[in-house]
Design a protein around this ligand. Structure first.
Ligand code: ASP
Length: 582
């Protein structure tokens, strides 16, 4: 028996018991005649004590040779501690050691295994197994497990069955590139790793599974933006005989359940807004609604007053930044420089201070009097003491730019509070997106998404304006879930592929299995997938998903610990018939 208790377990009630513990040496304090050791495992830290008089000499001498992160086993008696440590649950007791076995020695770790470590990000990634010994990382992995268990239990109770779908498949289009795996047994042929189990979960519905879920790895070969992982985890779900309303209700209930059990937070029914409204009010299809700053359109108020810059623009739109009328000229100039950076690419920013005394001061005082500016204040919902920021230009671009400003100002003002949760549904997404580069339509969600029935005629006449039966679940400015009602009719599905620029042969070759399946009694079905890593991070009150993943990849998609990806040897290449004859 390696241990009778864990290092987080012993309390006052255990005093006088003989126990055996095993763990890592966190710290040794050697006072010569007395040695204290902090022994650590996943469950906590227990203090060990050895003294020259009471501890057998061989044990005492061996303790003197211990270094940080040695793995040891000790036997001893639980005694009451003289100076109690209120900060840890085991702080009332310590172990008077009578036996010590060194199970393994350890090299000096490259950084300190403490909550506050001296190790930089790169070093900690390289030695991730040591980082996992630290509470901040370990606790996040345990937190992730808790969320996963809640999800599994909740969905199982609702009649969902977890079914595993294969990883070695053929391309599923979710808008990214596939990772591919060469097949040794089928020369020149490749599997693709799933970007999601989309087609399989639909086939499970054709198979009559009715309610499916899976906590599943997905793989997307994208240019990595900050905080994206090439492999990530979804809570993937699909249901039969449901309408949008059913899906929204069930997954709203799941989200509420998680907020309540994990965070102790009760939220009201989630607001639902259309994509069009989200863009108009927030310039963003995943708005953070924890704070106001809704867009106010100023076209009719700001045009025709002699300010040429505005007259020619498609859209003039502003937000009221609460309490920011006190911004200095220097701060405002810095903000203007910030929006002009290529990342945002705005031409500039018009500002209006709505002073607390009710007066106005603006960068366009030459063109607008205080009545005009008062009307702007009303349109943007501005109160005295606010700073109104106005942008103008091409409608879509300007909204997107102002959205970035809105988020930045909210961040600066501390309005994005991690412990406040404001979920909402965004519905009625456009079905298609025009891609300038390839000069064709892309599915905004994916090609299996059903158009709104009333918009089906638009597929012939004006496809760009057709709306999809698709929805996103947004939490605190992040898309945490997205899904749609699916097409379950093989004709409509072929029409959709055609619209997306597939020839009949291409569609047949790539998705023939699905269209064929639809011929054998495909039921109406719909589903959703949650980004599990992101959901866990948000529930954990953090922005970054990386610490919630045991072995994440860095920004170049590398695992720096195992050093992957890596070349493979010639023999392997030959076997796979991948050796290039240069
Ligand atoms: N497969 C979709 C995705 O990964 C989710 C869904 O439509 O259920 O975004």
């Amino acid at each position: 028996m390696y241990r009778s208790h864990t290092c987080g377990e012993l309390r006052h009630a255990h005093i006088n018991q003989t126990v055996t513990l095993a763990g890592w040496v966190q710290k040794v304090r050697d006072k010569g005649f007395m040695i204290w050791i902090d022994l650590r495992d996943r469950y906590g830290i227990t203090q060990l004590i050895l003294d020259e008089e009471r501890t057998p000499k061989a044990v005492f001498d061996l303790a003197k040779t211990l270094g940080r992160e040695f793995v040891i086993q000790v036997e001893g008696t639980v005694i009451e501690r003289e100076s109690k440590n209120k900060n840890i649950p085991t702080g009332d007791i310590e172990i008077m050691v009578s036996g010590l076995t060194v199970l393994n020695s350890a090299d000096l770790p490259p950084f300190t295994i403490e909550d506050q470590t001296d190790g930089g990000e790169d070093l900690r990634m390289k030695y991730r197994y040591l980082d996992i010994r630290r509470n901040p990382v370990k606790d996040k992995l345990m937190f992730r497990h808790r969320v996963a268990m809640e999800v599994r239990n909740y969905l199982s109770q609702q009649g969902f069955i977890e079914v595993e779908t294969p990883y070695l498949i053929k391309s599923t289009p979710e808008g990214a590139r596939d990772f591919v795996v060469p097949s040794r047994m089928n020369e020149g042929q490749f599997y693709a790793l799933p970007q999601s189990p989309q087609t399989f979960k639909q086939l499970l519905m054709v198979g009559g599974m009715d309610r499916y879920f899976q906590i599943v790895k997905c793989f997307r070969d994208e240019d990595l933006r900050a905080d994206r992982q090439p492999e990530f985890t979804q809570i993937d779900c699909e249901m039969t005989f449901v309408e949008q309303e059913d899906i929204l209700n069930i997954f709203e209930a799941l989200t509420k359940h998680l907020l309540k059990t994990i965070k102790g937070v009760e939220v009201d029914n989630f607001p639902r807004i259309s994509y069009a409204e989200a863009m108009q009010k927030y310039g963003n299809d995943k708005p953070d609604i924890r704070f106001g700053m809704e867009f106010g359109e100023l076209n009719t108020l700001a045009k025709g007053k002699g300010f040429n810059v505005f007259d020619a623009q498609e859209l003039i739109v502003g937000i009221a930044v609460p309490g920011a009328a006190e911004y200095t000229r220097k701060q405002i100039d810095a903000l203007i420089d910030w929006v002009k950076r290529p990342q945002i690419g705005a031409n500039g920013l018009v500002w209006v201070k709505y002073n607390t005394d009710g007066s106005f001061k603006s960068s366009v005082d030459k063109f607008y009097n205080s009545d005009d500016l008062f009307a702007w204040a009303e349109a943007t919902g501005s109160k005295p003491g606010d700073l109104i920021l106005v942008m103008a230009g091409d409608a879509h671009k300007t909204r997107t730019q102002l959205s970035t400003v809105r988020m930045e100002m909210a961040e600066r003002l501390g309005l994005r509070k991690p412990e406040e949760f404001a979920p909402l549904w965004v519905v009625d997404f456009p079905l298609l997106e025009w891609d300038e580069e390839t000069q064709r339509y892309h599915a905004m969600h994916h090609p299996f998404t059903s158009p709104k029935p009333e918009d089906i005629p638009l597929l012939e006449t004006d496809p760009g304006n057709a709306r999809a039966n698709a929805y996103d679940l947004v939490l605190n400015g992040n898309e945490i879930g997205g899904g749609s009602i699916r097409i379950h009719n093989s004709e409509l599905q072929s029409k959709m592929f055609k619209l997306l620029g597939f020839t009949h042969e291409q569609a047949e070759a790539q998705f023939g299995f699905l269209m064929n399946a639809f011929k054998y009694g495909a039921p109406p079905h719909a589903g959703i997938a949650f980004g599990f890593d992101r959901l866990v991070a948000i529930l954990g009150g953090q922005e970054s998903i990386r610490d919630f993943i045991a072995f994440p990849k860095n920004n170049s998609g590398r695992d720096v610990m195992i050093n992957a990806p890596a070349p493979i040897d010639d023999e392997q290449l030959e076997e796979l018939k991948l050796k290039l004859n240069l």
